[in-house]
Design a protein around this ligand. Structure first.
Ligand SMILES: *Cc1c(COP(=O)(O)O)cnc(C)c1O
Length: 376
């Protein structure tokens, strides 16, 4: 049995009529650019995560870029982030003229390590971008206290973690992306809340940042042809917003289904490899289900076996950003950030989507079990 990494069509039939009706409405109104479906979706999204504002943008990369600029980051400023992420997290720091500074990740959690971050803080540091990688919440208590102590902005890269939550100081549950100064989201089809194309969004509860974001996404305009600054063409498409409004109504149920799949994977792989461990103060959104082996040889062997069997698998991410050629000018080298350098050699992710069936889960976990029995 072949098992794909994601199955974009599996969730479509139950919501097909709702989606098609929503799209038709936009077609009939032809309000394609910043139509009312965009502001409707923004309000719904902000209410869902418990932020005061949401601003729809063209994609998750732009969400980061605009959030960084709206937070007042200037050329030469430093922003500390994780090297164990998709390049968009760091790319956008450079695009805003700032300098990405990489700190290490927490062993086991794969999210940015606040202790490593504190060691990298200099007089030029203005912000931290924790990445809730795979859907696993980063330690937001620790990042908020660093922000307070050193007067830094926090931009949460929540591209993989919509519907994930963190229980602040063990008391109040907060949605990821509503905790820092800004939260950035991607609606790339394979994310927890996927559009039928590209899309992104920034959440904030700060009035000034909100006004700035709205202007930045639309050529710096606060009113038509009134440009207080230069901006970008980065608007969330109205058709996508209409689709996202429909999908938003189902996303919590999909996250519950993802968590059920994760529970079945964990039960079957207990003692076979290291499965994600989620602390009691966190809700994982399981955009990806990532397992870890005790050596690179064992990881590579297991990955090869799954590929041969037609089972989807992917290493997120095989080369940490500080070791990529794109960042060689920053002088990073092997040995600088040992936790993420080890993780990149030991992990890969299994198929994960809400509709994954028990028989598919068994095929996947049996294949992993077979692979680890082979001595390498
Ligand atoms: C997907 C992703 C992004 C970028 O989102 P796009 O919508 O593809 O531009 C940024 N950060 C992380 C961690 C991502 O996974």
């Amino acid at each position: 049995m072949k098992v794909p990494m994601v199955d974009m069509l599996a969730g479509y039939p139950p919501i097909k009529d709702e989606i098609e009706a929503a799209v038709k409405t936009v077609f009939n109104k032809a309000n394609f650019i910043l139509g009312e479906e965009v502001s409707k979706f923004e309000k719904e999204f902000a209410a869902h995560v418990g932020a005061r504002y949401a601003v729809g943008v063209a994609n998750g990369t732009d969400a980061l870029r605009l959030a960084i600029i709206a937070c007042g980051i200037k050329p030469g400023d430093e922003i500390i982030t994780s090297p164990f992420t998709f390049i968009a997290t760091a790319e956008t720091i450079s695009q805003a003229g700032a300098v990405p500074v990489f700190a290490d990740i927490e062993p086991g959690a794969y999210t940015l390590d606040p202790k490593s971050v504190e060691k990298k803080i200099t007089k030029k540091t203005r912000a931290i971008i924790p990445v809730h990688l795979y859907g696993m919440p980063a330690d937001m208590d620790a990042f908020l206290s660093l922000a307070k102590k050193y007067n830094l902005k926090i931009i949460e890269d929540a591209a993989q973690s919509f519907t994930g939550k963190f229980k602040m100081e063990g008391k109040n549950w907060k949605y990821l992306g509503s905790i820092g100064d800004c939260g950035t989201f991607s609606f790339f089809p394979a994310k927890n809340l996927g559009a039928f194309g590209d899309g992104g969004l920034v959440t904030t509860s700060d009035d000034r940042i909100y006004e700035e974001l709205k202007a930045l996404r639309n050529h710096g305009q606060k009113a038509r042809y009134l440009h207080e600054m230069e901006g970008f063409n980065s608007r969330l498409d109205t058709v996508q917003a209409a689709i996202l409004s429909v999908r938003l109504r189902h996303v919590e149920q999909w996250t519950e289904m993802r968590n059920l799949v994760a529970g079945k994977y964990a039960a079957a792989l207990n003692g076979v490899c290291v499965t994600p461990s989620v602390q009691a103060n966190r809700r994982h959104s399981f955009n990806y289900y990532t397992i870890r082996f005790d050596s690179k040889a064992r990881r590579d062997n297991a990955q090869k076996h799954l590929t041969e069997m037609g089972i989807g698998n992917q290493i997120y991410y095989p080369i940490s950003l500080h070791l990529q050629k794109a960042y060689s000018h920053l002088g990073g080298k092997l040995g600088d950030l040992p936790v993420c350098e080890e993780a990149q050699d030991m992990v890969f992710s299994l198929p994960m989507y809400p509709e994954l069936a028990d028989a598919q889960i068994k095929t996947v976990t049996d294949a992993v079990k077979e692979a680890v029995q082979v001595s390498v």
